[in-house]
Write a protein that binds this ligand. Structure first.
Ligand code: NAP
Ligand code: GCO
Length: 265
């Protein structure tokens, strides 16, 4: 093992949807460990915003416009990254959406849309990068899973189905490509302060806490929401040589939620 088993110098890392939020914080962690950062977003103005955010942190990132659901677009993106930056060593499947709609009110089209972004797209992007990893003789894939990879909750049927599926896609990629020295693991964030969870944190009209916040604090031993930066260290570990014999696991980074029965009345 190298002196610094967490060193990512010389590695090219693609973080999908990495212009802000969890993806950005993970990318910053990988950049500090030495990796070259590549990310995509849906539109050029969003990519430009992301590039400016990286630059403000002293990181020269490479940003591209690409919808992760578009297989042809993803294949073209991976070819372009190879030309501009090099073969992708690390893929973080981070781009994701949620629709919080009670199941009986949810259209099949909305359900499919969430499955498309949160489950089909990680398949599409992984499929596009794995041949380069095989060529190089190594590779790391991190799929961003969720508490909903294990739990259900009112209103998140499509998200839970997608993130549960992503957990199993993780195990299957590990099973199928471990022989090529490719490790595929998941990170399951708890509840993290990003735009995705903003509706669950909004103060009520009378200034009191959102009921979900109160519920969550009773389920989280750490007694706080996670911050995007809480995911950086675990991601560096799973993208580095330090985790070369870790494959097919989901590392829950949740302040203890998965271990806890909930606060006693
Ligand atoms: P976020 O704030 O909503 O950011 C998601 C990112 O994905 C945005 O940059 C978004 O782009 C991008 N994206 C969405 N659809 C895309 C598509 N089709 N093609 C390309 N990019 C796309 O979410 P976040 O909270 O940082 O979450 C990141 C990941 O962690 C997601 O997979 C989410 O499900 C997961 N997660 C979040 C939490 C949490 O508590 N926040 C917990 C567990 C898991 P735009 O710029 O267009 O919005
Ligand atoms: C919810 C969703 C997400 C969470 C996250 C938990 O309960 O509404 O699960 O909003 O942020 O994915 O890991």
């Amino acid at each position: 093992m190298a002196n610094n088993a967490f060193d990512l110098s010389g590695k090219v890392a693609l973080i999908t949807g990495g212009s802000y939020g969890i993806g950005f914080a993970i990318a910053m962690g990988l950049a500090k460990a030495g990796a070259t950062i590549v990310f995509n977003d849906l539109r050029q103005d969003l990519v430009d915003k992301g590039l400016a955010a990286y630059e403000a942190e002293g990181v020269k990132a490479h940003g591209y416009v690409c919808n992760v659901c578009d297989e042809e677009g993803v294949n073209a993106l991976v070819a372009k990254i190879r030309e501009d930056v090099g073969i992708i060593d690390i893929l973080v499947n981070n781009a994701g959406i949620i629709k919080r709609i009670p199941m009986l009110e949810m259209s099949a089209a909305d359900f499919r849309m969430v499955i498309d972004v949160d489950l089909n797209a990680p398949f599409i992007v992984a499929k596009a990068v794995i041949p380069g990893m095989i060529e190089k003789g190594r590779g790391k894939i991190i799929n961003i899973c969720s508490m909903m990879s294990e739990f259900g909750r009112e209103t998140v049927s499509s998200y839970a189905a997608a993130k549960g599926g992503l957990k199993m896609l993780t195990r299957n990629i590990a099973s199928e490509f471990g022989q090529y020295n490719i490790q595929c693991n998941g990170i399951g964030p708890g509840y993290i302060e990003t735009p995705q969870t903003a509706p669950l944190r909004e103060k009520q009209a009378d200034g009191s806490d959102h009921p979900f916040h109160t519920f969550l604090m009773g389920r989280t031993p750490a007694g706080r929401w996670g911050k995007p930066e809480d995911l950086a260290g675990p991601a560096v570990f799973l993208c580095s040589e330090a985790s070369d014999f870790v494959n097919g696991q989901i590392l829950y980074v949740d302040g203890g939620i998965q271990a806890y029965f909930g606060k006693q009345p």
